[in-house]
Design a protein around this ligand. Sequence first.
Ligand code: GUN
Ligand code: FE
Length: 425
Amino acid sequence: MTEKNFILKGNVCCSETSTAFSITENAYLVCEGGLCAGIFRELPEKYRSFPIKDCGDNLIIPGLTDLHIHAPQYSYRGTGMDLELLEWLNTITFPQEAAYANLNYAQKAYSIFTEALKKSPTARACIFGTMHVPATELLMDLLEETGLKTMVGKVNMDRNGVPNLQEKDAKTSAQDTATWLEDTLHKYQNVRPILTPRFTPSCSDELMEMLSVIQKKHHLPMQSHLSENLGEIAWVKELCPDTDFYGEAYDKFGLFGGECPTIMAHCVHSPDAEIHLMKERGVYIAHCAQSNTNLSSGIAPVRRYLNEGLHIGLGTDIAGGASLSMFRAIVDSIQVSKLRWRLVDDTQKPLTLEETFYLATEGGGSFFGKTGNFKEGYEFDALILDDTSLPHPQELTIRDRLERMIYLGDDHIITGKYVSGKKIF
Ligand code: GUN
Ligand code: FE
């Protein structure tokens, strides 16, 4: 028997559909070879030899996926929150990221970040590093050790930075990217490189062309930002006068989904044509509700994206978002959708707990393949949740307990975490 054959016994909660929970009380959740074999009320004969961990009355849910987070920004989260995007980037973010030229600083900061991510509800994440190759490789080394499954990007930025946070030119940026890929493409079991042009204002046309060639050569996934802030969108229009909308500024270089899986963060102000192109190209939207609130970016029309069948998951967008917790990302997504419904468009109903739980699990998790659910054949990513620290006098259903843990719980309620069948803690 391998260590990846085992059973968790408890109250198993996952998504039945994108709008409904599947809740099985006192059930056997079977992991076979790192994959989920199913949820059973009675344990089938063939699994009787597997060791059982009895989780008692605890809840067991799939691991969560953070589709958009900046690792170097973790150190200053929760500060400088009264600015809009472009001013925040110039005065806070870029100077802070410049510090990662120093590997000693990177070691300290990234050790703190990876330890926090390990303890959080996040099982998988798509992560921005900085433009620095050594620091980004260090981040990848540290993440590999956590056992979490991640995609990590060395950031490309050859224009409109600050003096100590901007690559020399397009050629240097592309060469650094090639070096980084050579070092990391086949180095890890848990970490994969993802192409990461910061956003259009940071990347010259020449650089975008080179990145497109690199992407196609290695069939790399990609992550970037799109239509986050109105000032940003107006600036992209000035920088790319030949485009009708922001997404075209990526698409004209072949950097907008299609063959290579792509995540665009935010999409708060995407026009119809951009939404249609994202759908056509299978682009994933990372909805970052707290960041969009903190930086006064707006409220993304998530209900519309769901109705139109786009791929969508949730992101914390540290440090635009101050909280690392994907539980909080679920709550923030529900809350801003209620404000949008009440104040912006009363035809678009708010998001429900069931829907946002789906986005945080299988919605974003599907970017990594079959993850974020306990269906047969899915990667076995699981969290064990203990709510005894949240006492209550009344009877609660399992669904109510789950909702309460998402609204009230912090990392302490997570007493066990598994990724691809591997015990993280
Ligand atoms: N757009 C370009 N860079 C960034 C960043 O670091 N954070 C956010 N929220 N938006 C960006
Ligand atoms: Fe971001």
